[in-house]
Design a protein around this ligand. Structure first.
Ligand SMILES: [Zn+2]
Length: 319
């Protein structure tokens, strides 16, 4: 009997990626293309189908021969009803049954789940969270998202919105969040938040290497720039980053208190900060989480990088 292979498709605001994946997590065929985000649902679905077929060709199989598959998209996603409720990066998308639409066009049954949940599922099956339960996965990049897995099963909640620690309010009068509230973890500790704090400091002419370098163009400052300057010893960059990571650590400590997870895996762009992220987060967990829970958890960096979304999407259909 031929080996069972699964299709994973990851829809992002700027790119579509698809892979044909073995049960062991090997990507046998891979393809990607730009997302025609401005052209509406139909054009995007057609583009996704094209990328999926190309990945299947790369693996030397036809899509119809695949054992199943999944689709990941940025939230909010009602994974219980199978709908992309809306998407900040995909104008005009409202309650789109993406898995069913794409599945019909490919002749393959596809489930739909949000990208953070899929990255968490991938880390459980193939990456840094292998076999851990409870496992909590946190992605820290432009936003902050999360996924909770119990015995390897995603806990999605009543309508697919579980695990979203990014909108835990930590500072009631804090900075405005994309969700409309103030002081959410995402507004304090995401890459966007770190860059914004640094730009504000530069506009206030705070004495720092950041101001010297970016006074004319503060909008060029990214979280990666702040991290670079922190490593070079700029006290203001270090202060901004330390404060953000202290908030992140408090959020993670809250998760640890709530779930007593065996492991917390942190992925997303900011996880590459290494000790600048993990040291303060581990310190905050030791300080704010209760002893039993903090002694039994390990906080580690994700292993799968940018392919975690499509690996998780494929894993969604695996037995
Ligand atoms: Zn929020």
């Amino acid at each position: 009997m031929a080996e069972s292979l699964y299709l994973g498709i990851d829809l992002g605001g700027t790119k579509i990626a698809a892979g044909v994946v073995s049960v062991g997590g090997e990507v046998r065929g891979f393809a990607r293309a730009a997302t025609p985000a401005r052209e509406g649902v139909e054009v995007v679905v057609r583009a996704m189908a094209g990328v999926a077929r190309e990945a299947a060709r790369g693996a030397g199989v036809s899509v119809k021969r695949l054992a199943g598959g999944g689709v990941g998209a940025p939230g909010p996603i009602d994974s219980v009803a199978g709908l992309v409720v809306s998407s900040p990066n995909l104008p005009g998308w409202r309650d789109v049954a993406l898995g069913r639409l794409l599945g019909r066009s490919l002749g393959l049954k596809l489930s739909l789940e949000n990208d953070a949940n899929l990255a968490g599922l991938a880390e459980y099956r193939f990456g840094a969270g292998r076999g851990c339960s409870p496992l909590y996965y946190l992605t820290v990049s432009t936003g902050i998202g999360g996924a909770l897995l119990l015995d390897g099963k995603l806990v999605v909640g009543a309508r697919g919105a579980a695990g979203e620690v990014g909108h835990l309010v930590l500072v009631p009068d804090g900075p405005l969040c994309g969700c409309g509230n103030r002081g959410c973890l995402e507004a304090l500790a995401s890459g966007t938040a770190v860059a914004r704090r640094a730009r504000e400091a530069v506009r206030r002419s705070v004495v720092s290497m950041l101001t010297e370098r970016f006074a004319a163009r503060p909008s060029r400052i990214t979280a990666a720039v702040v991290a670079d300057f922190a490593r070079q010893g700029d006290p203001e960059a270090q202060r901004i980053l330390a404060e953000a990571m202290e908030h992140l650590g408090r959020g993670v400590a809250g998760v640890v208190n709530l779930l007593n997870p065996e492991r917390i895996v942190i992925g997303g762009g900011l996880s590459s900060l290494g000790p600048l992220l993990f040291d303060p987060v581990r310190r905050a967990v030791a300080r704010y989480a209760n002893d039993l829970a903090s002694e039994s958890v390990s906080v580690v960096e994700a292993e799968l990088g940018s392919r975690s979304g499509l690996l998780g999407a494929a894993a969604l259909a695996m037995p």
